[in-house]
Write a protein that binds this ligand. Structure first.
Ligand code: HAS
Ligand code: CU
Length: 591
């Protein structure tokens, strides 16, 4: 275990691995570019929905919403995490990538894919877009919404790029293993490898959805698709993708946060177990997004709910381990008492404070997730603005705020320069926390009143929502205020990053080393590192969870569906015998 515990005088990452630092800087810049576009659209949208100010016509709302979702949830997050993962593998295995040309190739594929998809979406804002480009399909892009083929091509290139990035991390590990036979996989690399395997399993669903159905459909090669099938394949991927965002944030909470707090990770074995649990359980739960979809039997929904409740476990373990590590850090710094130790933490450090606040907010996001996951309570909040409230706490704070906060630590590592203004960084992370508190809390409350998500005119004409406590106008004001603070926070972040890169002073004594865990890898059962075993079990669980629902969806709706252009009356669709008879008798009664 040489590398994770490398001596504390190890210098900045950029001095140790200049080539890798260059690639990571490129992924970060791509990520921040997406963040700036996405944040601008977020502001436009929040002011539009709440009727504070309308920059756009309501007809363009879905174009803006799609761009907001794709640029933030897909591009900002995934570019950033490929950078983090490249850092984690390189630094914990203490060796560079095998072939930098390969590394640049996956980066180029992802960048090309994003550009194609982004241009296709934004062309929709033009009155007469060239080549009929448009993709108002939201970041969930399932049928019956249809995009221009170029949008799907862009997504394919982006995902293939991310697959090759995974190959790159595995290659580095294989090379390391050859030189270090029998050694435990260092924790950061272990986290990257398990997350990557999870990603391969998860993206299989979206690859089939795009390549077999959506792309041929938008090219006119097939007439129709089965919308329930493409929805189900999307959610097969759409749930685990949230852990593809979250697990890199966890990687930082486990490895960086204890160091910043002045301590050491509480338990390496627990951290490994958490990532194994995510690998096993992230995918067989996607149907919890489809509790209200007709056409999926209640029993399958119930199984998805049960699996989801098990999937809470790794996050609850994380809450315990990470807080214990932070407390250890505080006590190393002289903190005492049951709660007074909290005061001994480095609250002036924007990297620490941002990540700790992100974790705190994730506790709330986790609770709203548990509510979403309950089959019966889900009926209350599904398709309401409660759901955006939930995911702005999770991906929008636990992940986004962690990534921004960590950037204040990474910038000196990657550029050799000091952060331009640490106090502005501190103000920025606090502003995000405050803005999100207003916006997300009010969104949850508004959702409970039945105010819908995904609409430019949530008030409907002439319909008044009854507010129990406060008023809809007050909730709207909080949403608009919170959203505006978030935009300001994002701009402060970008200004700081730009000022550091182009004008910052040279940093001194940057230290890239991570302290060893209190309970180290030697306390971990060796079986935890058996990636083949966990992959095999994960695949079996996915097969069990999905083969039957998919078979019944194909059986009742057809592989390519009845088509949205010419939906046939239900009685003329071929249904399994018993159902056919039932439908006919209902039709007779109605007639
Ligand atoms: Fe979710 C919908 C259920 C987690 C993202 N989710 C969404 C959508 C998104 C999303 C984007 O079951 C909307 C998709 C759409 O457009 O329709 N979600 C869950 C559950 C969890 C969960 C059970 N979601 C996430 C994460 C996301 C994310 C993570 C992004 C990154 N979600 C659902 C369901 C729906 C849903 C339904 C469908 C709703 C519908 O009807 O449409 C769980 O994974 C949550 C577990 C989390 C915890 C919290 C543990 C607490 C921790 C904090 C530690 C504290 C620290 C701070 C470190 C149990 C780890 C210490 C600081 C000190 C100072 C000491
Ligand atoms: Cu989910």
């Amino acid at each position: 275990m040489s590398n994770v515990s490398a001596d504390a005088t190890a210098g900045a990452f950029v001095d140790q691995f200049p080539t890798e630092a260059r690639v990571i800087r490129a992924t970060f810049w791509s990520s921040f570019l997406a963040l700036s576009i996405g944040a601008l659209f977020g502001l436009i949208q929040v002011l539009h929905r709440t009727d504070v100010y309308r920059f756009i016509d309501s007809a363009d709302y879905y174009t803006i919403l799609t761009a907001h979702g794709v640029f933030l949830a897909i591009t900002f997050t995934i570019f950033f995490l490929t950078g983090i993962f490249t850092w984690a593998v390189t630094t914990s295995l203490d060796r560079g990538v095998v072939d930098p040309r390969f590394t640049w190739a996956w980066y180029a594929l992802m960048a090309t894919g994003t550009t194609l998809a982004g241009v296709t979406i934004l062309a929709g804002l033009l009155d007469d877009p060239p080549f009929g480009l448009s993709a108002d399909v939201l970041f969930t892009f399932y049928a019956p919404l249809e995009a221009h083929p170029l949008f799907y091509v862009g997504l394919v290139l982006f995902v293939v790029g991310s697959w090759l990035a995974g190959v790159d991390w595995f290659r580095t590990w294989w090379a390391w293993r050859g030189d270090n036979p029998g050694e435990r996989i260092p924790l950061p690399a272990f986290m990257v490898l398990t997350t990557t395997i999870m990603w391969y399993i998860a993206t299989a669903g979206v690859a089939v959805a795009i390549l077999a159905f959506l792309l041929p459909w938008s090219l006119g090669l097939i007439d129709s698709v089965n919308p329930l099938l493409t929805r189900t394949l999307f959610w097969y991927f759409g749930h685990p993708v949230v852990y593809f965002w979250l697990m890199p944030a966890y990687l930082l909470w486990y490895n960086l946060l204890p160091k910043l707090a002045g301590g050491r990770l509480f338990s390496d074995p627990l951290a490994r177990a958490v990532f194994v649990l995510f690998l096993l359980l992230s995918t067989p739960v996607g149907i919890h997004h489809q509790y209200l979809d007709p056409g999926i039997a209640e029993g399958f929904k119930f199984i998805a709910m049960t699996n989801t409740m098990f999937l809470l476990l790794p996050s609850l373990l994380t809450a315990f381990t990470v807080v214990a590590s932070i407390e250890h850090g505080a006590r190393q710094r002289g903190g005492e008492g049951y709660f007074r130790w909290l005061g001994a933490l480095p609250w002036r450090d924007p990297a620490f404070t941002g990540m700790a606040l992100a974790g705190l907010m994730f506790a709330a996001g986790g609770f709203s997730g548990m509510i979403n996951a309950g089959m019966n309570i889900n009926y209350l909040i599904h398709n309401s603005i409660w759901v955006p409230g939930h995911f702005h706490l999770t991906v929008g704070t636990a992940v986004a705020l962690t990534f921004m906060a960590a950037t204040y630590w990474f910038l000196p590592q990657l550029t050799g320069k000091r952060v331009w203004s640490r106090s502005m960084g501190l103000a920025q992370v606090l502003l995000w926390f405050v803005g999100m508190t207003f916006m997300s809390n009010a969104m949850h409350r508004a959702g409970l009143l039945g105010i819908p998500r995904r609409t430019a005119e949530p008030q409907y004409s002439g319909f008044e929502f009854e507010a129990g406590v406060g008023s809809v106008a007050e909730l709207d004001a909080q949403i608009a205020l919170g959203g505006t603070l978030l935009f300001v926070s994002a701009m402060l972040f970008l200004a700081n990053v730009i000022a550091t890169t182009f004008g910052g002073e040279t940093a001194h004594a940057v230290d890239n080393a991570l302290p060893p865990a209190l309970s180290g890898p030697d306390d971990s059962p060796a079986v935890l590192d058996n990636l083949r075993l966990w992959t095999a079990i994960a695949v079996v669980l996915v097969v069990f969870a999905y083969v039957f629902p998919l078979a019944s969806i194909v059986d009742s709706g057809g592989l390519f569906g009845p088509g949205i252009d010419g939906i046939k009356p239900l009685t003329s669709v071929a249904l399994p015998g018993g159902l056919e008879a039932a439908v006919e008798s209902v039709a007779e009664v109605i007639a």
